[in-house]
Design a binder for this molecule. Sequence first.
Ligand code: GDP
Length: 446
Amino acid sequence: MTESDIIAAIATAPGRGGIGVVRVSGPRLDAFVTALIGKPLSPRRATLTAFNDARRSAIDEGIALYFPAPHSYTGDVLELHGHGGPMVLQLLLKRCLELGARLAQPGEFTRRAYLNDKIDLTQAESIADLIDAATAEAARSALRSLQGAFSRRIEELLDALVELRMLVEAALDFPDEDVELIKQSDGAGRLAALQDRLQEVLSASQQGSLLREGMRVVLAGQPNVGKSSLLNRLAGEELAIVTDIPGTTRDAIRQSVSIEGIPVHVIDTAGLRPSSDPVEQLGIARTWEAIGQADLVLLLVDATHGEAAADREIMGKLPAALPRLKVMNKIDLLPRPPAFERGRDAGTVWLSAKTGDGVDLLRRALLEAAGWLGGSTEGLFMARERHLQALQLGRTHLELATHQVANLELFAEELRLVQQALGTITGQFTSDDLLGEIFSRFCVGK
Ligand code: GDP
């Protein structure tokens, strides 16, 4: 993949719509523009024009926008806003390919923006997160990262770290006074402050990561205990967009609801029964796979009947370490108030899916089990697993550094490793493999 060629893609979602956009990017697009439109375009001005084929007959008519470098996302950019029909857009794209463009790979426009220093890596990732956001909170948090809030916090950490490193490296150059110099400049105090700041960013990222990833809940329970009623109630009272977990396909065994903005992905065990049908077996295998990655199992029981032998059988097969939350449903038929009893695992909630009594207690129990601290989502970063890992690695090396204050060489080395770990977040130190992995998950045209 080089940056010296012209790439093109349909940037709008497939299907019919009022407007469809074909996006083109390349180092120099003047000749391309003239061939397609028949005349040069003023930079950054919306121009109503025909988009022509090779015989100069119009494929479509629409708005052309031309952003010559450097005031563009990546190189020269041309956007053709035509009519949003699949055939029109295909013909327009085909014409762009005739004129020398090649089809863009997923995320290639954003990759170019990153390589051109228009955005850093966390900002690039937040574009994909914004597009994939399933809740309003997730969307807002992704936008904050796109606007640079997360990168700024990481850069502040890096700045403080570099200051300390400079001090240590200077001390290393004056071996006679080394430890003394560090003491005088409050090296230990700076290190402690850095640890606190890193911990703050890590906590905000862990909470934010819940907004992004949500929690996976396995739903177990016999037919008619009220599983669908409960799911509907959880979904109905929140502004929830039911989506699949990004990167996986939606299937019948999985449904998502939003609780205070945290996506809760519910995996249904209803299909877990002995079967000789190969298709069903495949579904069952996938359900078990999903269960292996779950955070909690929710056992729904009809409180008027109590737990059934079949429930205990399913529970017995679930991973022993998986936390369990029992829900005793249909309390409206009993003389029993709603309650949340904290227990050995995640506890028991008594509720009625029908009347809604006690459902707020279930929400609280689920969020507690997920480790959600509640409060405002402002200030949280929708961190990815790789960000959390880098922050944790940085924290480990900072901790190791505290044990090496008397040995400056080792102290300096630990600090270098902290910088390296944090640098991978914004892309200061990042391998090509990782870039390929990150950008390949984008949609084409982005
Ligand atoms: P599922 O098979 O586990 O998904 O159960 P459903 O949600 O389809 O519910 C089965 C039946 O139980 C339906 O007739 C529901 O109206 C009823 N039901 C569900 N929850 C409650 C509840 O809290 N109280 C009462 N009285 N009936 C309920």
